[in-house]
Design a protein around this ligand. Structure first.
Ligand code: GCU
Length: 677
């Protein structure tokens, strides 16, 4: 018999709406019995359904839908007076109390604001915040809040760790499109407003999504539209060739016209299509370089085709030489994105947007922030984060990424003096931009719990909340997710929060030290392999020998990468003395006997963090076991199994890395712990 994923509790994620605990239930029982939704257009059914579902679940009584706004206990109505709060995605949520009866009003200038206000109300209710006098005026700080799916049409997912695609199988759409609707609902609840449904490495079959397979796009777009989400497509820059032209040269008028006609056809079918995402001249993808053209010429050609329809072209900055010779010590992959794109600043079209990975290399557990942030002043730009845990344990390890993303967002670029943080850049408040925002590479798949590891749902939730408001504190996001997912039981809340909040550091401890990155197995990127990438073509070298490790990226003696930052940061990174220690091996070549601020030598630091990392996973297991009686048995068993697997892998990492360095240095562990010779 086929297993029906919806039967599991974890399928509901943070929208399970389980009955409120007694105290809260008593407070709200008998309230919110009538609901009225007005002028919500195409989103009205989703709003009404959510209120019914939410209130029924939380309070055990389904509200009645009524026409009369005055008479309803919960009113959701546009247009409201949100002019001051930032437009049609913003809302105002007000609660008044009259003789013990609470009256909730959600208003917005637009339909999407009403939907977001509805989710905000249900969230606040679960957190026990709804009371007479409660008022919240909220809205997204960014216009583009995107998920990038790396889904292939055959149903596989590049870097997917939670099953198969929820959109595609065997080059068609999946049968269970209800699941796509559930997904759209989850995304809308955290404010996502755009989804790229296919892989940036566009397959031949996926090229057809802008041709004979456009019907698939139309079907998906219609499902997402119900939740106010626009669909985007990854496109192949060389598509004209696949459709019979003999060139894809962006300055060729035939090519330009071809894209214009293609866009017109697409928009005739899907009038609210968001636009295109492009990986060009990167990792063997075609691009303008093939024709001796620039990225400006490539991106602007597509931007022009999309412009009449209000679409945007999102152009990725992940461009570097992936054919490097390891013997070549002059080329530095970390420099590539800045070297390619900074000189083009100010030349991209109004509806072209650069998408920049958070770090200069590739989603390692620790990287400095890309110097393109702060380096581009006159270019629309969005931050790209990786929610799928390619290099951070592949959803078999717990690694909660919100603390890492917060560090990225809080990074001060100094582009316009102190306070020019990445968060302020991607919200368009440092430089004026037409488009700004955040994109995240999705971590979901067909697994019953969506994300493989149930606790990895927190990464999706946290991502959405940060895309909505990069200023939200980690603690708030974490608390929200834990309470919405696990309820209010204090021991559970405390334990799950502890597990999440410590997990990134723990993962870093037992894997790769001080920003060096890349000690993983080539190809699939899981598990330790200290020299897995050392003699490869990918430009990712640590160059460890028996005296030192690391790449000198200073201006004075090294590759000059440190000089791509504004002077305040460039100075900091330039010298071993001032470089933040967690990035020491990213920026400098350091002898194993170098003494760190802790007073320990580098080699001792490596040993200590690796042993510590393993102990921390042991403690995570102990903590989790203590709440066995208080969480759903299936969830408990699943998380326990993942943590036990994590412990086994952490031990493997610890032993391999420690032995690797011991063999080079022959320096024993000061504490005499077991290191395999
Ligand atoms: C990483 C990842 C690839 C992916 C690429 C990208 O290198 O391993 O699978 O295609 O990033 O971001 O395009």
């Amino acid at each position: 018999m086929a297993f029906h994923p919806r039967k599991t509790r974890d399928y509901g994620c943070w929208l399970n709406y389980e009955r409120l605990p007694k105290g809260l239930w008593q407070r709200y029982s008998g309230q919110f019995s009538t609901v009225s939704v007005r002028n919500a257009g195409g989103l009205a059914p989703a709003i009404e359904e959510e209120l019914k579902r939410g209130l029924e679940g939380l309070l055990g009584q389904s509200p009645r839908l009524v026409e009369d706004l005055e008479a309803a206990a919960v009113t959701v109505c546009a247009p409201g007076d949100e002019a001051d709060t930032g437009g049609e995605e913003s809302f105002r949520l007000r609660v008044q109390e009259d003789q013990g009866q609470l009256k909730v009003s959600i208003t917005s200038a637009g339909e999407r604001g009403l939907l977001y206000g509805t989710f905000a109300f249900l969230r606040a209710l679960q957190l026990g915040q709804i009371a007479g006098g409660f008022e919240s005026a909220d809205g997204p700080r960014t216009p583009l809040r995107l998920l990038n799916h790396w889904d292939n049409l055959d149903g596989s997912i590049e870097r997917g760790y939670a099953g198969r695609s929820i959109f595609f199988q065997d080059n068609r759409l999946v049968e269970d499109l209800d699941r796509v609707r559930d997904y759209a609902r989850l995304l809308a609840s955290i404010g996502i407003n755009g989804v790229v449904v296919n892989n940036v490495n566009v397959s031949r079959e996926a090229t057809e999504l802008i041709g004979s397979k456009v019907g698939m796009v139309k079907t998906l777009a219609a499902i997402f539209r119900v939740y106010g989400i626009r669909l985007f497509l990854s496109i192949n820059f060389a598509s004209p060739l696949e459709f019979g032209l003999d060139t894809a040269d962006p300055v060729n008028s035939q090519v330009q016209n071809w894209w214009k006609e293609r866009a017109a056809k697409l928009y005739a079918e899907i009038p609210d299509l968001g636009g295109f995402l492009v990986k060009a001249d990167s990792e063997h993808r075609p691009g303008p370089f093939t024709y001796g053209r620039t990225h400006v010429e490539g991106a602007n050609m597509l931007a022009e085709a999309l412009k009449p329809f209000g679409g945007v072209v999102i152009w990725r900055c992940f461009v570097y030489n992936c054919q490097q010779d390891w013997r070549d010590t002059k080329t530095d992959r970390a420099r590539a994105a800045y070297d390619h794109f900074q000189p083009l600043d100010g030349r991209f079209a109004d509806n072209a947007v650069l998408q920049i990975k958070n770090g200069p290399v590739d989603f390692q557990v620790r990287e400095p922030v890309s110097p393109l942030f702060g380096g581009l002043e006159r270019t629309n730009q969005i931050l790209e984060l990786q929610i799928t845990q390619e290099y951070t344990g592949q959803q078999r390890h717990l690694c909660y990424l919100v603390p890492m993303w917060k560090e990225v967002l809080d990074f001060d670029t100094y582009a316009r003096g102190p306070g020019s943080t990445v968060a302020r850049i991607v919200t368009g408040s440092v430089f004026p931009m037409h488009w700004s925002g955040i994109a995240g590479v999705a971590n979901v798949g067909s697994d019953p719990n969506w994300t493989g590891h149930t606790l990895a749902q927190a990464n999706l939730y946290g991502y959405g909340r940060l895309a909505w408001d990069p200023g939200l504190p980690t603690e708030q996001i974490t608390r929200e997710w834990v309470v919405l997912t696990f309820g209010h039981e204090p021991a559970v809340v405390q334990t799950v929060e502890d597990l999440l909040l410590g997990s990134w550091e723990t993962y870093e401890n037992y894997t790769v030290p001080l920003g060096i990155g890349w000690m993983c197995n080539p190809g699939h990127h899981f598990g330790p392999s200290p020299e897995g990438y050392e003699f490869s073509r990918w430009g990712t070298y640590h160059r460890a020998d028996c005296t030192a490790i690391g790449v000198d990226r200073s201006v004075k003696r090294g590759t000059g990468y440190a000089g791509q930052y504004r002077p305040e940061n460039a100075r900091l990174y330039e010298s071993v003395q001032t470089c933040p220690e967690e990035l020491l091996l990213f920026f400098h070549r350091i002898p194993y006997t170098h003494v760190l601020k802790s007073g320990k030598t580098l080699i001792q630091h490596i040993y200590d963090t690796h042993f510590e990392g393993v102990e921390q996973v042991e403690q995570m297991i102990e903590k989790w076991k203590q709440i066995e009686e208080k969480v759903d048995p299936e969830t408990f068993a699943h998380v326990l199994q993942r943590l036990e697997e994590q412990l086994e892998h952490a031990r493997e990492w610890c032993d391999v890395i420690n032995t690797y360095f011991y063999r080079f240095t022959h320096i024993p562990d000061a504490q005499g712990r077991k290191i395999y010779p």
